[in-house]
Design a binder for this molecule. Structure first.
Ligand SMILES: [Zn+2]
Length: 282
C-alpha cells in the first residue's frame, strides 16, 4: 500500500478526499510526505490506525495541506503533542477531527492550540485520551463556539469545570460523550440543563435558529457513577431529543445502577396511558 501511494499521489494533484484506513498498518512517513507535497487541495484525510507514522507526517501535512477540513488520525498513537500543536497552527480550517486513542498527542497544550487556531471546529473525538484535563477542554469551549459533537469518553481527568465551560460557551452542542468520566457530578448535569433554559430564552428574543436549535441529541453518561437521578432527569427534561426508551437510547446511562429511575417523556406518557386504561374511573 505504501508503494501504491508513493506512485499514485504525484498523479492526483487535485485530490480532495483520501481514505487510507488500514487493518494492518503499512503506511510510512514517506507516503504521507508525498501526499502533502503533491495534493495541496486535500480536504478530507483518513489515516486511522496508521501507528507506524511519526511526527514527520504531521509536520508534512501542516505545510502541504492547509485546506484540511476533516482529519482522522484515530489510533495513531505515535504522534506527539508538539506535532499536533504545529498542525493546528497551519491547518486552521479543520472542522472534523478524530484523535481517539492519540494518547500522547492529545494533551492540554494541543487542545489550547486547537482552541486558539481552529475556531470552526464542529466535531472532535478525544476518546481515551487520558492526558486531557479541564485546562484543555476549557480552551476548546472558549475557542470553538460552533462545536456540535465532543467525545470525551475515558478522559478520566476531566471534572465538572469542563462540562460547565462547554454548557456556557458551546450552545450548539448536539452530542457529548462522558462515558467513564467518573469525576463528573450533578453540577455538570445542572449546568447542561440550565444552558438549555438560557439558550431558549435567548432564542426567543433573537428569533433566530428557532428550528435548528434542538439542543443535545446525544448524551452518554454511562459509568459516571457519581450522578444522581434528579440531576440526570433535569437534563432529560430540558432536551426533548434525549431518550432512555428502548430503541432510541440517546441518553445513555448504562452502568449507573442508581439512575434506573430516570425516564424520558415517552416512558412517562406510556405509563400514564397504561394506568388510565387500567383505572378508567380516573
Ligand atoms: Zn423516549
Amino acid at each position: 500500500m505504501n508503494n501504491l501511494v508513493l506512485s499514485l499521489a504525484p498523479k492526483l494533484t487535485n485530490l480532495q478526499t483520501l481514505v487510507l484506513r488500514q487493518d494492518k498498518p503499512q503506511l510510512l512517513d514517506n507516503a504521507i510526505e508525498t501526499i502533502a507535497n503533491c495534493c495541496h487541495d486535500l480536504q478530507d484525510l483518513d489515516l486511522s490506525k496508521s501507528f507506524k507514522l511519526s511526527d514527520h507526517s504531521l509536520y508534512a501535512l501542516a505545510h502541504g495541506c492547509p485546506n484540511l477540513v476533516k482529519l482522522n488520525i484515530s489510533g495513531c498513537s505515535a504522534f506527539s503533542d508538539t506535532a499536533l500543536v504545529y498542525l493546528a497552527s497551519f491547518c486552521r480550517k479543520i472542522k472534523y477531527l478524530n484523535l481517539c486513542g492519540c494518547v500522547k498527542a492529545a494533551s492540554d497544550e494541543a487542545l489550547k492550540a486547537i482552541g486558539h487556531n481552529c475556531n470552526q471546529l464542529k466535531s472532535l473525538n478525544l476518546g481515551w485520551c487520558e492526558q486531557v484535563g479541564d485546562a484543555g477542554v476549557k480552551c476548546l469551549a472558549y475557542g470553538c463556539p460552533d462545536l456540535r459533537a465532543l467525545d470525551l469518553c475515558g478522559c478520566v481527568l476531566i471534572t465538572d469545570d469542563s462540562v460547565v465551560a462547554l454548557a456556557n460557551n458551546c450552545l450548539h452542542l448536539r452530542s457529548l460523550g462522558l462515558y467513564y468520566c467518573q469525576n463528573i457530578t450533578d453540577k455538570a448535569m445542572y449546568s447542561l440543563a440550565y444552558s438549555r433554559v438560557k439558550n431558549k430564552r435567548e432564542m426567543l428574543t433573537s428569533m433566530k435558529n428557532r428550528y435548528e436549535d434542538e439542543g443535545l441529541m446525544n448524551l452518554n453518561v454511562s459509568q459516571c457513577t457519581a450522578l444522581t437521578p434528579p440531576a440526570v432527569q433535569a437534563v432529560c427534561d430540558s432536551f426533548p431529543a434525549l431518550h432512555t426508551c428502548s430503541g432510541r437510547h440517546s441518553l445513555m446511562i448504562s452502568g449507573c445502577l442508581n439512575l434506573t429511575s430516570v425516564h424520558c417523556a415517552c416512558t412517562v406518557q406510556a405509563h400514564q396511558a397504561a394506568s388510565a386504561f387500567s383505572h378508567p374511573a380516573h
